[in-house]
Structure formats: C-alpha cells, structure tokens
Design a binder for this molecule. Structure first.
Ligand code: BGP
Length: 457
C-alpha cells in the first residue's frame, strides 16, 4: 500500500492570462491585464505562451507525463466580453475544447473561475469587486459555465487565492488614499467575493451535483522572528489576517469574530444585505485548496494590524537563517508545506488539495536543447517527502498535488525569465522567438513520480 490514495490527483496548475495569449482574438473582451502599462520585465500579456493555439500540443505533453488532473482558469472576459450581458460562444467553445481534450486523456479538469483577471468593463463601471453589480455579473457567468460544462467538470475553484485577491483590492485606490478608505473598499470586495464563492457552491449543487467546490487561499506559514511574546503576537495577527480568516469563512460559512470586530471598530463593515449570511452559511466548501511557495518570518510591530505586518514582512522579510532562498528571494521551506496541510486539516477537517507549488528559476536552454534542472527535482522531492509525512504521520486527507506552471509561463509580474516548468518554452521577456516546447530533465523525473503514485522520489 502506497502513501497516497489510489485516486490521488497529480498534475499542474496555470491561469488564463499567464498562458493563453490571443488577447484580442475569438471575441474576447479586455481585462485589467490587457491595459497594464508595463510589467517589470517589458513583457506584456498579449501572446503569453500561446496556449490558445497550442493547447493540443501542451495537453499531449501533460498526458505523456501521466497527469490525471489539470487546473486552469477561465478568462471571464473571453466568455462574457463585457463581464455581463452578451455571451461569447467562441469563448465558451474554446474552453469546452480544452476540457474535451483533457478528458480524452483521462485528465480531470479543475476549473478556476477567477484568477485576478477582472473584465475591464466591470472594473471601469463598478470598481470591480467593490460593486455589488460585479457579484451579480459573476453569478450569471458562473451559472453559464457550470450549466454548460455539466458532468464534464468535477472540481471547481471559485477564486484563485481568495485571500491574496482581497489583498490586491487594497491597491485599487491611489496610494495616497487614506488607510481607512482602502480598508473599507477591501471589506466590500471581500464580502462580494465570499458571496461569489458561495454562489459557485450553490450553482454547482443545482446544475452539477456531482461536482466538488473548493475554497482556495495562498497559504503562508508565518513564523515569529524570535520567541519574544511580541514577535509571536505579530505572527499570530498576520496568520489570522492572511491565512485563517478566509479559511474560516470557507469552512464555517460565517465571519470570524476578530474580523467582525476589526470592521466594527474601524467603521468599515461591508453592506451586508438580508439573506447574505444565510446564503454564505449554507455554502460550506467541500474541500480546501491552497497554493504554497514559502513561509514568512515576521517581527513585532506595535502599530500594524495583521495585514500591515504581513505586507511589511513580504516586502522586506526579516532573514530566516534556517532557510535558503530562491533567486527571487522566496524562502525554500519544505517543512512549511507539511505545516500548511496539517494546519488546514486539523483546523477545518476538510480534504486538502495542494494546487500550486513550485520554484521559479532563471534558466537557459543548453546545447542539447534541454535544461538539467536538478534543483527543481530536489525542490519537489523535498516537498513531496514532507507531504508524505503529513499523510502518514499527521493523518492529513490529501486529495492531490499540482505543480505551479508545469510548462514555463509568464510569472504573476509578467516575467518570462522566472520559469517554473518541466517544459521549457522558447521565448524571452521581449522576444517571442518560436515558442517551441522542450523537455527539461525534471520532465522524466516527475513522470516517474506520478507513475509510482509518489513512491519513487
Ligand atoms: C501565485 C499566483 C500565480 C503564480 C504564482 C507564482 O500567487 O496564483 O498566478 O504566478 O503565485 O508567483 P510568481 O509568478 O510571481 O512567481
């Protein structure tokens, strides 16, 4: 008997704007990404890795590696160009074709409905998630896809990293806006996002009762910089604010008292309409999904609330001498992954699904048209070893393990040089080249991991 279940989900995870390209093709509307002035790297989102035209080739490679699941996001604006109103058949058909192609190889589609890519017209009209109108538009969009995909999709993730998505709303106002206004806007966004997540659960029960819906967060274990009580208190505040408060709503369908207290004290509570809380309380998530990249170390901060402590630490992390870092300064912490899934399971008693994990590295193709990425193999090996311990020693009910960016894609900041893939894509930040795909050394390694259901690391 192996460690992982017989139906353990192995595969990879991506988002629409980081892969698809075809930004103005097939009737797609604009999203907030399409009008971003510049990314750090000079790349834009127009072509990405051209998955829109090459999905058959890419899915064939995933199938060859033995994937039995693949998580991707739908571009809302590809399906409803204005975010609301007219449905774009061509957009829906594209996703149906992707799903059918995956199913052809017995790869379960894990469908995410929102990965930060707000349709531009909803951002302009309603301020994105700030407006209750955006929630109504999302419900229509979710109903359209869930009805249409029917029994073909068994796993839905309403939001990518809902805690991080809520955090992003803090940047919607100009940087000189008052903290109170920013927090007030964030509270409205959060309420609408929670209702939107709940609506996916309700709609799935109605149109796709076979499907399971998972709330997702970016989980970062937060370590105190020392055993000084003030450091520990700061770590706990940041953990509550970033990790646990969102998960509590997913698992219990109600707002935790510390969050209500913060909103109440600051006078920024969102407009909660009659019926909202019942709607939320019925939609307890079927499983909890999370991304995992790193742990974070924080120090005492008298002034800061949990979010501020976290943000400061993220921008300027106190050094954790026990951990190495990636080229992008992210701590490499396999034990942190065990802590993550153990915490999720012990606290919330729901199946846990690790749907993003990986290491971004600046890499160049060698003369044999491959990359000897032993560091990536080491990274995954050490993380999977910890997941095995979480299952065998801690009793965690783990549904699967999906790597982030199984094929090189643009990073969240739009960098092509930050590569996560088992498959190399031949383009740079500013030169699209031929976009050809090449297998790295880790490709065969991960293939054999999957073939042995995680026994052979
Ligand atoms: C997650 C996002 C992804 C992704 C990943 C890696 O937070 O869900 O969109 O890109 O992080 O981050 P980055 O691309 O910045 O290395």
């Amino acid at each position: 008997m192996g460690v992982f279940t017989k139906d353990f989900l192995w595969g990879g995870s991506v988002s629409s704007m980081q892969t698809e390209g075809a930004w103005a093709e097939g009737g797609k509307g604009l999203t907030v990404y399409d009008v971003q002035k510049t990314t750090k790297s000079g790349a834009d989102w127009k072509v990405a890795i051209d998955f829109y035209h090459r999905y058959r080739e890419d899915i064939a490679l995933f199938a060859d590696m033995g994937f039995n699941s693949y998580r991707f996001s739908l571009s809302w604006a590809r399906i409803l160009p204005d975010g609301e109103g007219e449905i774009n058949e061509t957009g829906l058909e594209f996703y149906e074709n992707v799903i059918d192609e995956l199913l052809k190889y017995n790869i379960e589609p894990v469908v995410c409905l929102y990965h930060f890519d707000m349709p531009l017209s909803l951002m302009n009209k309603y301020g994105g998630w700030k407006g209750r109108e955006t929630l109504a538009a999302f419900q229509k969009y979710a109903e359209t896809v869930i009805q249409r995909f029917g029994t073909r999709v068994k796993y839905y993730i309403p939001f990518n990293e809902q805690n991080a998505a809520a955090m992003l709303s803090l940047f919607q106002l100009p940087s000189d806006a008052s903290e109170r206004d920013k927090k007030k806007l964030q509270a409205s966004c959060m309420h609408h996002m929670f209702l939107a997540s709940a609506s996916v659960w309700h709609l799935a029960r109605q149109y796709a009762p076979h499907a399971k819906v998972g709330g997702m967060v970016n989980y970062m274990p937060i370590y105190p910089a020392s055993c000084k009580p003030e450091d520990i208190f700061a770590a706990q505040k940041a953990d509550r604010s970033y990790n646990q408060q969102t998960l509590e709503v997913f698992a219990h369908g109600e707002y935790p008292t510390d969050l209500l207290n913060e909103w109440g004290k600051a006078g920024i509570a969102p407009m909660i309409q009659p019926g909202d809380m019942v709607y939320l309380s019925k939609a307890k998530m079927d499983f909890l999904a999370h991304s995992y990249y790193q742990s974070l170390t924080v120090q005492a901060d008298e002034e800061g609330d949990g979010a501020t402590i976290l943000m400061r630490a993220f921008q300027n992390p106190p050094k954790n001498d026990y951990l190495r870092q990636t080229q992008w300064g992210w701590s490499i912490d396999p034990v942190g992954l065990r802590l993550t899934v153990k915490e999720l399971y012990n606290r919330y008693h729901l199946p846990v699904f690790t749907i993003e994990c990986g290491i971004g590295v600046d890499e160049l193709l060698n003369e044999e048209n491959t990359i000897d990425d032993d560091y990536r193999i080491d990274y995954f090996r050490s993380h999977l070893e910890q997941l095995k311990l979480a299952v065998t020693e801690d009793g965690v009910e783990l549904m699967g393990f999906l790597t982030w960016g199984p094929i090189d894609i643009l990073s969240s900041q739009g960098e092509m040089k930050k590569r996560y893939g088992f498959i190399y894509v031949n383009r740079t930040d500013t030169d699209l080249m031929d976009l050809a795909r090449y297998k790295k050394k880790s490709y065969d390694w991960f293939k054999s991991v999957i073939a042995s259901n995680g026994e052979a690391l």
